[in-house]
Design a protein around this ligand. Structure first.
Ligand code: HSE
Length: 309
């Protein structure tokens, strides 16, 4: 019987612009790791959190990984306990799906300790409960891609259905993370719950165009459908220099550029040859607004979360 398991879950770009709360994709270069040691004492205990200088809750109920594992342990009435160590590889408050990745890595590691491992769709429900602790609401656009890998659309909340969407092979994602913290709860609190009908129509058309462009390798369609006309206009003021960073990406040949999750990371989709120029332009634009930044160029396909030891 396995007694110690470590799992990795990748970072994610939530929303991918047009798919607020329902569409997201993996960023394979970074992620969180969770190590679980089986215990004879029932319950879930967070023993250590490393990789961040910020104080994250050690109380399992208030911790994203802990809450997800408690949901699993309670639902399955597990007769063993779990001692949990979390290694954060994703910067906190970055818009790169850090809370989701910890929850996903936790349930994937926990699953490997079960006598009969569960399908990923079951794990998704437990991880969603963990994500809700951090963001104040249940949404799946980070959880689902981190768990399944690649670009993932999720339909439904109580009984979610997920679909991995193919992405044209030449497409890369450029990510630029300015050194500032943005609270997901705050970035959600400022959103209006009223949207003009014309914007709903425009956003629906763009989401449909974006998904169809992915299925048909139609880069021109992706370019025309990329704009998020509902959420980005409300949030961009939270990110100093956002308009300049977006313009720099588009001037350098990006297919589209928007806010990753709740921000402040900004992402751009592009074809591979343009990626370095886009990255450099975005970094320079943040610097001109007084912000240093980390950056990555990522492929979008990946196998998602997995046991690594
Ligand atoms: N879809 C979420 C949002 C992602 O944009 O608020 C952040 O967790």
């Amino acid at each position: 019987m396995t007694d110690v398991v470590t799992a990795f879950a990748p970072a994610t770009v939530g929303n991918v612009g047009v798919g607020f709360d329902i569409l997201g994709h993996t960023v394979e270069a970074i992620g969180d790791r969770v190590r679980i040691t089986r215990s004879t004492e029932r319950g879930v205990r967070i023993r250590a959190i490393t990789g961040t200088s910020e104080a994250l809750p050690l109380e399992a109920e208030r911790n994203t990984a802990g809450r997800a594992l408690l949901a699993m342990a309670e639902t399955l009435d597990l007769d063993f306990g779990m001692d949990v160590e979390i290694e954060k590889g994703i910067p906190l408050g970055s818009g790169l799906g850090g809370s989701a990745a910890s929850a996903v890595a936790a349930v994937v590691a926990g699953n490997a300790l079960l006598p009969a491992p569960l399908p990923k769709l079951e794990l998704l429900k437990y991880a969603m409960q963990g994500e809700a602790v951090a963001s104040g609401s249940v949404h799946v656009d980070n959880i689902a891609p981190s768990l399944f890998g690649g670009l993932v659309l999720t339909v439904g909340i109580d009984h979610p259905r997920t679909k991995q969407i193919p992405v044209p092979a030449t497409v890369r994602c450029v990510l630029v993370h300015p050194h500032m913290f943005l609270s997901t709860k705050e970035a959600r609190r400022i959103l209006s719950d009223k949207v003009a009908l014309s914007d709903v129509v425009w956003q629906c058309a763009n989401l449909a165009g974006f998904i169809s462009g992915c299925y048909t390798d139609d880069i021109a369609m992706l370019r025309d459908a990329f704009a998020d006309v509902v959420i980005e206009p409300q949030r961009q003021a939270l990110i100093p220099g956002f308009a300049a960073v977006q313009k720099a990406a588009m001037d350098a040949g990006a297919i589209g550029c928007s806010i990753s999750g709740a921000g402040p990371t900004v992402f751009a989709w592009c074809e591979e040859p343009a990626a370095v120029a886009i990255r450099d332009g975005m970094v320079a634009a943040f610097r001109a607004h007084g912000l240093e930044a980390d950056q990555w160029i990522s492929q979008i396909g990946s196998g998602g979360a997995r046991v690594i030891a």
